[in-house]
Structure formats: C-alpha cells, structure tokens
Design a protein around this ligand. Structure first.
Ligand SMILES: [Zn+2]
Length: 803
C-alpha cells in the first residue's frame, strides 16, 4: 500500500521517566519525545493512536502530550486494566482514606493491621523487645526460616537500621503452627475458577508462597474488596497488591526484586535460588500504596481527555504505536494477578510450554498477536510504529518478523547504539516503522535461500558504504532486514515456521550464513576485541568515503559554531537530523564530540570553545605550520608546503617575510618538490600539509589538524604514499583533541591498525611548538615530545631515539 506521509528518518533523543512500584513491573514508560514525533507526523490532531500492548504510561498515555488521543488495548487483560485503574483513580486523599479502611477492617475480628502485625511478630534478639519482621530468610527446602530482618526501636538507631539475626525457637514454633494448606491456600486456588486445569495451575502457584504469606495476601485482598466501597479507590488499592503478589513469593531471591513467573505445561515453575526472602506482605503493600500515591500526585495525568480515551473505538485508530515487550518482567504473574485481582473469567488459556521458549520467541509471538489485532481494527491507512527499548540483533529481528507476520510492511528501522542517557543495561534502542500491507496469504511461496542471502549482503554493503566505516552486527542486521523488506523477502521468512525452526531462527541462520560467506562477495570481518564473535563487517574494495565518525564531528562543530548557546537536547536533535536512517550516529560519539569542542554554561547550555572558532583555528594552524617550516630549514631540510594550506595567511610573527605560507619557502624548493625523494609517491604528497625532505634522504610528512578527523590524513592521503625506511609520518593535532583522537582509534580498530602499520606518530601542538622554537634542539629532541601522552609531560623521562 503506497503512502504519502513523510516518514521520520532521524532518531529522536530518548528520555524516559522511571516508574514507581508496581507500575514498573509492566514495563518502562514510553519516551514522550518519541510519542510526540510519531503521533504528530503519522496521525492528525485529536487523532486516535492505538496501543495494542498497553500498560500504565505506555504509548497510549505518552501521545496525550502531542494532542492525540490514546486507546489502550492488550491481549493481557492486566496491563489494560492497570492503566484504566490509574486513569480512573479518585483523588489521592480518597485512596489513602481507602487504605486506612483496609487497615482498620475487622473481617476476622481484629483490625487487619493488628492481625498483620501479629502474623509477622517476633522479638529482638538483643533486647527481646517486640518487633515486626520485615523478611524471613530461608534456605532452599528448609522447614523453617534461618534468619529474620527487622528494625528495633530500642537497639539500633531509633529503629532505622535493618538488623539481621538468626531466628529463635519461638519464630520456628510460630512458623510450624501455620497450616501448609490452610483456608487462605484454598481461597487462593478458588480464584482461578472451576476449570480443573486452572485449579491445577493455581495449586502450583499457591505452593510458591509460605503459609504466612498466602494468609497475609488473601486476608489483605479480602479486606480491600470488603471495606472499600468506591470502585476507583478499590481498583488502585488492588493494583498495589500486585507488588505483594510478585515480591511475596518464594521466587524472591535474597538479592532479587522478584523474578518473572514461568508457567510450563500448566504448572508454575519453582525457583532455583538457594536462599529466598519471605517479605512481609503487609509492609510491602503499605510501602507500595504510599509510593504510588506520592508519585501519582507528582505525575498527574487523570485528565478528562484521558478518561474520555477509555471510551474510544479502536476502529478509528490513525496510528498503531507501542513498545516491544522486551523484558516481560511479570511473565506468568500476569495470569496469576489477573485471576486474583480481576476474577477468573479473564484467565487466559494456560501458557502451556511457553516456559521453555526463548524470551525472543515469546516477544515475537506476543507482538505479532498484538499487531494482528491492531491491523484488524485500525483504519486502512494506519501505520504501525514499534519502539524497541533494548535492541540487540535477535530482538530487532523478532519485532520486524512480528510486524511482517502481523500484516505490516517494514519501511525503516532507526537504530541507535547507546541511545539512553545513563546506560542501565540497555546499550541500544530502535524504532521499527511499518506501513499496512495487504493481508497475508498463507500460500505464500517459500523464498529461495540464495535470494535471501544475496539481499542480506546487499543491505550490509549499502550500510558500510553509507556509513563509510565498518558496521557492527546490529547495524548489519538492521540493514539486512531493511533490504529483505525492500525486496519482498520478509514475508516468506515470517511465514516459514516449519519443522520446529522458528522464523526468527531462520532469519538468524541466513544472516550468519550470508556474512560467513561474505569473502566471496567482498564482505570481510574486522575483529573488535579478543572475543571471536565481537566483529564488525567491512567491504574489501570500499572507496575512501569519509567515515561517519569524522562527519559527525564536523557537523557538531558546525552546529556549535552557528549557534551561540544551545541546550543538549536541541543539539542532539539537530545532529541526529543531519544523519538519517542507517547513518544514525551513536549517542556516545555525539556527546564526546560536543564535550571536545564546547564548554557548558551554568544553566547547562553548550558554547563553542573560543579557540575553536574557525578564524582562531586557521590562525593557530598557520602558526604551527610557519614554525614547522622554520624548524625544517634550521635542521637542514628542504620544506614543501601542502596545496590545501599554502595560500593561508602567515601568522603575525612572520608578517615581514611574506603574505602566504608558500612565501616562507624558497623558489628552488617550490620548483624541485619532494616527490623525487619518495619512491612511488603520487600527487598525494603535494597535499601533505608540510614535508621536510632532502636531508640524508629522510622525508618527514607532517599533517597539522585542529580536529580529530584523522581519516583523511591517515587513510586518504597516507595510504597513497608508500612505505620507505626513511619516510616518517607525523600527525600534529591540537591538544584539545587528544581525547577525541583516542576515542576515534578505540572505535575503529581498522584505523588504529593503519596507524600502527604505517608508523604514524601523533604529536600535540603545544609540546611540538616548544621543540620547534628551541633554536638549540636537534632531531634527537623530537622523540620525547611525540605521542598523545608525550614523555616531556611525564616525570623527567628521557628517551633516546636514532633517526
Ligand atoms: Zn532490640
């Protein structure tokens, strides 16, 4: 289906807000900037955006700030319910009042709060004063806990410090007195409904709780349901119990935060931790309620518009927008919480076998089902956009195949390495942008493996050419997927699940095989580290295109020099705007370029360093060159000045000797040239900034740069000049660029290899100039000033060097 809309081709700086418990168990908040860009471009004002994998603060909420209306749907009833509960919650005072009614509820004779205190009661091991245990620690399969964690108001820091002591006889006795399959156990099982399969699952889940915790859990749930009349307040108070359901089970390892539940063959899988923590369900619940209420007060979004969105018809959706469920932090807890909090009628069929599925397969299935449903109900022209918050090769491929299997045609993938501020285990993010395709035909013919692998290689080649540098695996995979989509080969792969091999495995196999066979087609592997799998892909006969890293650096400088002061976000956005699609630059590279050229004002805005203004830099570069010319003459060399810089004005210090740098060398030098001193040298030699030659047949090549764009010097020029025993290569860089040069070499092992092989010597301007201006200095004084950390800057070290 053709589409006239202008596509988003530039990455958007991603920022997300951290969600409080228990909302964070559903997934991370959808980045607002991303929602705004796509909703604005792909849906009209007041248009409808359908989020088929909704949960609190997912895309359905995020589009509100762009004046679009979000509809939340979900295959899992829990996420959609949780979002509605948050939207419909009454004033937060009313929620807190509801909580007090739960605490005071006298369903079993004593107020619930008192009953809970008694359930977890113990004595301080030191002073024997009464305490409430916050957690018992259990060894695997032990009949009683071994330790207890509590705060004692008498012994330790006014009750603030958490003390951990061995349990005593009384604790053991209290634990044994609780019936393993008491009333609470059966109440729990009953919530799953009458279906025998559901009951069987329920029993295995109930067994994940200690008798104490299942008692607390069911008593609290019953207290919420019976003492809070207002449906809105009751909903939010039930939602908070999700935290206790997850954190209160035996899957909770000592250091953990609650593990996703895996359901295998209709049974809950037990945990493997050698020690588990039996948290105090009631304390956990109270903390969650207070934390959520406080957070909601600061992040108000229960607007009338959002509430109105609950009534919208998904058939009006202009855009489908969601976040790939990469984490699945709940797993089977979603089913369990649905049964306990929403009632058994919403219980999905058993997740038979899903416990064994690799997480990417689960992601593919969940996303595909969501997109099939979205495709079915949305407008015929509605695009689909999937944000992938943790984008590795398999995850991106799973999302793209889910889209293809759901009836969408991939248009673009925007992938960014290190997309998030503060790397919290999420080194990359991606956005997969789809158009609606015609509905899939099941009798789609299988694609030929040769065609598929040719398309993969063609995509990778294009990516290497576009970026002008070797590409890492993820970028190669993105390029491969886009190439397959453009050639109509994604759908056959997406439909090829057969013989136990999933479409994801099929793609990954073809991807691996296409690139392993790359030598024949000119694709080579560049090792990035000692790890054999850590490689980038390059092309053998690649033209000397300027690498992306150098272009990004130049763009950052250009933006900084045209803006007086600019904030980080605007700067990132403008840089990203210049590099589209497969050329999306790493965030870290952009930020290092910014840090190399700019200084930050008190209010966090960036300003170009004074010395990096163009006029200042051309003057300082001319100064270094003029001093190089003088020193070359003094040391007995003839000197050549490069074509690019010979017309530069001489610096103030040389004004009486001419106007341009070329005037500083003699007529004879200008006519003789350096090329006859370098065997096989081409025109490239004429472009070297400064050449010293004709002294003992030695030739010194000097490149003088104030940027860290070293590709031109080292590769474009340097590789055209053959090696010779007496050719020495120097790259003089402005001192402020040291860090960025290091970074460029670190990022590009291929470039670093050329530097090493050709014997390029780096030298910083300041130490170089001190040596050049020293009338007594000979060539033997050059060695200590060389390097990005030269010896002269270190503690009096002396190096001998023979030229
Ligand atoms: Zn004490």
């Amino acid at each position: 289906m053709s589409n006239q809309r202008e596509r988003i081709l530039s990455f958007v700086p991603i920022e997300t807000i951290p969600l409080p418990r228990p909302l964070n168990r559903f997934g991370t908040a959808f980045p607002t900037a991303l929602a705004e860009i796509y909703a604005t471009a792909y849906a009209p004002r007041r248009g409808v955006v359908l989020d088929p994998l909704a949960h609190p603060w997912s895309a359905a909420d995020a589009v509100e700030s762009a004046d679009r209306r979000g509809i939340a749907k979900s295959r899992e009833p829990l996420g959609e319910w949780a979002r509605a509960v948050v939207v419909l919650a009454p004033s937060l005072d009313e929620v807190l009042a509801g909580f007090e009614r739960v605490a005071d509820s006298v369903l079993v004779g004593t107020p619930h709060r008192v009953a809970m205190r008694e359930l977890y009661a113990s004595h301080c091991a030191t002073c024997h004063g009464p305490v409430v245990v916050e957690a018992f620690l259990w060894e695997r399969d032990a009949p009683v806990p071994t330790k207890k964690a509590f705060r004692c108001g008498v012994c330790a820091r006014e009750g603030r410090a958490l003390l951990i002591e061995p349990v005593d006889n009384e604790d053991e006795e209290r634990t044994r007195r609780l019936e393993p399959r008491g009333m609470a156990y059966w109440q729990f099982v009953e919530r799953f409904g009458a279906d025998p399969a559901a009951q069987a699952l329920a029993e295995t889940v109930a067994a994940l709780y200690t008798p104490r915790n299942i008692t607390a859990l069911m008593a609290t749930l019953r207290a919420i349901e019976t003492s809070v009349g207002d449906a809105g307040a009751q909903g939010l108070l039930k939602l908070c119990l999700l935290e206790s359901i997850v954190a209160g089970s035996r899957l909770n390892a000592v250091a953990g935060h609650g593990t996703p539940l895996r359901i295998d063959k209709g049974r809950a899988r037990r945990g493997h931790a050698s020690q588990t923590r039996e948290v105090n369900i009631w304390l956990e619940y109270e903390r969650t309620v207070r934390e959520l209420v406080t957070w909601l007060a600061q992040h108000e979004h229960r607007t009338p518009a959002v509430r109105g969105g609950l009534l919208l018809d998904p058939g009006d959706a202009d855009l489908v927008l969601c976040q790939a469920p990469v984490e699945d932090a709940l797993g089977g807890w979603s089913t369990v919480a649905s049964a306990l909090l929403l009632g058994a009628k919403t219980l999905r069929p058993m997740d038979t076998g899903e416990g064994r599925l690799a997480s990417r397969e689960r992601l593919l299935r969940t996303l595909r089902a969501a997109l099939i449903e979205a495709h079915r109900v949305s407008r015929p022209e509605a695009a689909a956009v999937v944000f992938v918050p943790q984008a590795d090769t398999a995850t991106i491929a799973a999302c793209v195949l889910a889209g293809a299997g759901g009836g969408y045609r991939l248009r673009t993938i925007l992938y960014q390495r290190d997309a998030h501020a503060g790397a919290y285990g999420a080194p990359a993010a991606a956005v997969c942008d789809f158009d609606r395709d015609v509905p899939l035909l099941r009798d789609q013919s299988a694609a030929d493996a040769g065609l598929i692998e040719d398309a993969i290689r063609a995509g990778v080649r294009d990516a290497v050419l576009a970026r002008g540098e070797p590409v890492r695996e993820e970028v190669a995979a993105v390029a491969a997927l886009q190439s397959l989509a453009a050639k109509g080969l994604l759908v056959p792969i997406a439909l090829a699940r057969a013989g136990g091999v999933s479409e994801l495995e099929l793609f990954l196999d073809h991807f691996k095989s296409a690139l392993a066979d790359g030598r024949r087609t000119g694709i080579t592997r560049v090792p990035l580290s000692d790890d054999a799998d850590d490689v980038a892909y390059a092309i053998t006969e690649a033209p000397d295109a300027t690498p992306l890293g150098d272009r990004v650096e130049w763009a950052v400088w250009g933006l900084l020099s045209s803006a007086r002061e600019v904030d980080t976000r605007s700067l990132l956005r403008r840089v990203y705007g210049l590099f589209r699609g497969i050329e999306t630059p790493d965030r870290e590279l952009v930020e290092r370029c910014v840090a190399a050229y700019a200084t930050q004002t008190d209010d966090g805005r960036w300003r170009l360093l004074d010395q990096d203004a163009l006029v200042a830099r051309q003057a300082s570069q001319a100064q270094v060159l003029a001093e190089l010319i003088d020193a070359g003459h003094r040391l007995g060399f003839k000197v050549h000045v490069g074509r690019d810089v010979e017309r530069r004005a001489v610096p103030q210090s040389h004004q009486e000797r001419g106007r341009a740098l070329a005037d500083l060398v003699g007529e004879a030098e200008r006519s003789s040239g350096a090329s006859r001193f370098v065997r096989g040298a081409s025109d490239a030699l004429d472009f070297v900034d400064c050449v010293w030659y004709d002294k003992g047949r030695m030739v010194f090549l000097w490149q003088v740069d104030w940027t860290a764009r070293i590709h031109r010097s080292v590769v474009a020029l340097g590789e055209a000049i053959p090696d010779d025993d007496r050719v020495f290569r120097f790259l003089a860089v402005a001192d402020e660029r040291t860090g960025l040069v290091h970074e460029k070499l670190r990022r590009s092992p291929a470039l670093a290899e050329v530097v090493r092989r050709r014997g390029w010597r780096f030298v910083k301007w300041d130490p170089l100039r001190r040596w050049l201006r020293d009338a007594q200095a000979g060539l033997d004084g050059l060695e200590p000033v060389l390097g990005l950390e030269p010896a002269v800057e270190q503690s009096g070290q002396q190096l001998a060097f023979r030229w």
